[in-house]
Design a protein around this ligand. Structure first.
Ligand SMILES: [Zn+2]
Ligand SMILES: [Zn+2]
Ligand SMILES: [Zn+2]
Ligand SMILES: [Zn+2]
Ligand SMILES: [Zn+2]
Length: 266
């Protein structure tokens, strides 16, 4: 099969197209009757036929020869786009160089070479993917148990791998510890602030009660003073009354003695 005419930058001369597939000649050969074909197209034709498909003149494989140098030069210089243009390659080159470009074109879509893996992408992506493809790895049998490339991996060193894994683990634990510590400190701070606020509130209550207490004390002292004064006043009055009562009794008894004395002397 030839090259699709759409892939060429300019229209291609009919002489350079295959008489069978009508595409631009690929790996061309020429018949003695001057007709040109892709090698694969005419070989497939001659399996059952013995004539030229264009002019029906007798034709055999043995009579086929290379394209004339002029035609080959014209063909070689045709400008063609890479077949991976739909995947992003914008490479354009002479037809004679296109196959070497396409063999290494990084936009060519390939399957990951690991049998179990279905990854399908551009050559460059597959190359990147291969390095980490899990399907292409197996467990190291020398002790570390890590997954390594199926093919012999001279870079692999169990001790080094374990050391790296240990470092990662250590930094993960440190990170977690720091996080927990931060969280704990934060909660402790919150509780501390809460306690301080409570303590302040209690202090205010204590101050209020102390003030109330001293007010009460001074009132009690006032009342005691008042009470003492009342008692003193009452005692004073009592003494006065007592003194007065005692005086009149003596007077009265004096009188009653005189009367008794008078009566007895009469
Ligand atoms: Zn012919
Ligand atoms: Zn052809
Ligand atoms: Zn390309
Ligand atoms: Zn893969
Ligand atoms: Zn190992």
């Amino acid at each position: 099969m030839g090259f699709d005419t759409d892939r060429f930058l300019t229209a291609v001369n009919d002489d350079l197209t295959c008489c069978i597939c009508r595409d631009v000649l690929e790996d061309p050969v020429q018949s003695p009757c001057e007709h040109a074909f892709c090698r694969s197209c005419i070989m497939a034709w001659l399996v059952h036929e013995t004539i030229c498909p264009e002019d029906r003149l007798p034709l055999s494989r043995a009579s086929l020869r290379s394209l004339s140098r002029y035609m080959q030069n014209d063909l070689n210089r045709l400008q063609i786009r890479c077949c991976n243009q739909p995947y992003g390659c914008d490479h354009v080159t002479d037809l004679e160089f296109i196959s070497s470009h396409e063999r290494s074109c990084e936009f060519q879509c390939l399957k990951c070479p690991n049998e179990q893996c279905a990854y399908f992408a551009s050559r460059a992506d597959v190359e990147r993917h291969k390095r980490s493809c899990e399907k292409g790895k197996k467990q190291c049998e020398q002790g570390c148990g890590f997954l390594i490339n199926t093919s012999y991996d001279p870079e692999h060193n169990c001790v080094q791998e374990l050391r790296i894994a240990l470092e990662i683990l250590r930094s993960e634990i440190t990170f977690k510890y720091e996080e927990q510590k931060k969280d704990f400190d934060l909660r402790l701070d919150l509780q501390r602030n809460h306690m301080i606020q409570k303590l302040d509130a209690l202090q205010i209550q204590v101050d209020d009660l102390t003030a109330e207490n001293s007010r009460m004390s001074s009132r009690i002292m006032d009342m005691e003073l008042q009470h003492r004064q009342n008692i003193e006043r009452l005692e004073h009055e009592h003494r006065k009354v007592t003194a007065h009562t005692t005086g009149s009794a003596r007077y009265r008894s004096m009188f009653s003695f005189k009367d008794k004395w008078k009566e007895s002397t009469v």
